[in-house]
Design a protein around this ligand. Sequence first.
Ligand code: ARG
Length: 482
Amino acid sequence: MSNKMWGGRFSTGPDAIMEEINASIGFDQRLYRQDIAGSIAHATMLAETGILTQTDRDAIVAGLTEVLAEIEAGTFTFSRALEDIHMNVESRLREKIGDAAGRLHTARSRNDQVATDFKLYVRDTIDTLVIQVTTLQLALVNRAEAEAETIMPGFTHLQSAQPVTFGHHLLAYVEMLGRDAGRLLDARKRLNESPLGSAALAGTPYPIDRDRTAEQLGFDRPTANSLDAVSDRDFILETLAAASICAMHLSRFAEEMVIWSSAQFGFVRLSDKFTTGSSIMPQKRNPDAAELVRAKIGRILGALTSLIVVMKGLPLAYSKDMQEDKEVAFDALDSLSLSLAAMTGMVSDMTANRERMRASASAGFSTATDIADWLVREVNIPFRDAHHITGQIVALAEQKDCGLEGLTIEDFKSVDSRIDSRIHKVVTVEASVAARQSYGGTAPANVLAQAARWKTILTGEAHEPRPLAKKKHGGHGDGGVE
Ligand code: ARG
């Protein structure tokens, strides 16, 4: 019977609509490897516990191995009528080995199966992402080493504040990415419990060995509550939260690349590989890759928002709502992976314009604080007064339309007679950065020490964070360089 409601593209009727909304094979087919690994572990355990004969187990494993090869070769035909990856694989197994295939689903359900598959997938993805983060960090550390003495303006409010070294700026992102990797690995730790054997929701009457399947799949232990196991998706939420924070860091860095590569700044030149020209404006080199990395946070955070809303208010245990977890998560994790790869390429290929950075760093009286600090240190003037005197010096330079480096000793003395010729060295941007040797400060020597520290961490030679330093002789500016 025809029904006007089923018009338009759904002219084929309710069965087709149901198939389209219900099926997940269009996107969950990428879980095939995890699904087959889970089934092999399950069948092996069933044979070991006597629930399945060894003959059936061997036939199942051989059949699944063939199915895996077919999928990898691209010769497998996925069927939407079979709904999802689990039923597609099982149905093909039945075609291959007959009735024994039906015994594979003993003591399990698609509910614990999908939770297991997805956890394995997310775990593999975390491992890849952490390697990618480390690769980006290494690219940054190498640049930081090369640019340890390159001086650029440091900003607050995007206004020139104090000179910093470019290496120090790059290492700031190495720190952020280090925490990002840590968050991903934390998520991995909590994720690593096996849901397999929780069955539909209540466990199973068969004498299964869940430790054995957990062990085969590289899990630390089986989950302790079957209801939780089949309905928990916080492992993916947590991973998406970590991914969002990482994407936010990449977005900030990408934005700086966009700013730095503009004609007005000209601090860096991005390579042709990561920029595009304009069809009508021949002078343009658009930083498209950086702009897209800047934007990816939108869909990554969107995935987190989307899935946390899907999960909110769902009663225990499994509901089909949870099938909505995959597309957004796949898209978000793919996007982060691509962003990390693009950033690594951009960092490795960009060239720094050192002259341009240095010139910009000395503009805007950026070493004014150094004059005040010198007055405190060398003339023993209280900081507030020193600040006031420095303000007058800046006003004088402004009036003479020169930088602080352009003032004569007479100029300085006209503001305060206690100033002597040592001040000339103090106002250079080189002296300013070199003086900032407090631990974590921008001095080139610190940058080299931090780059060396990160190298040992990233190449796997050290993992310990820095402990609190033992008290030395104390005093100002001490202990910066280890
Ligand atoms: N395709 C489903 C999902 O992704 C698998 C679990 C189906 N379970 C069920 N009881 N219908 O969530």
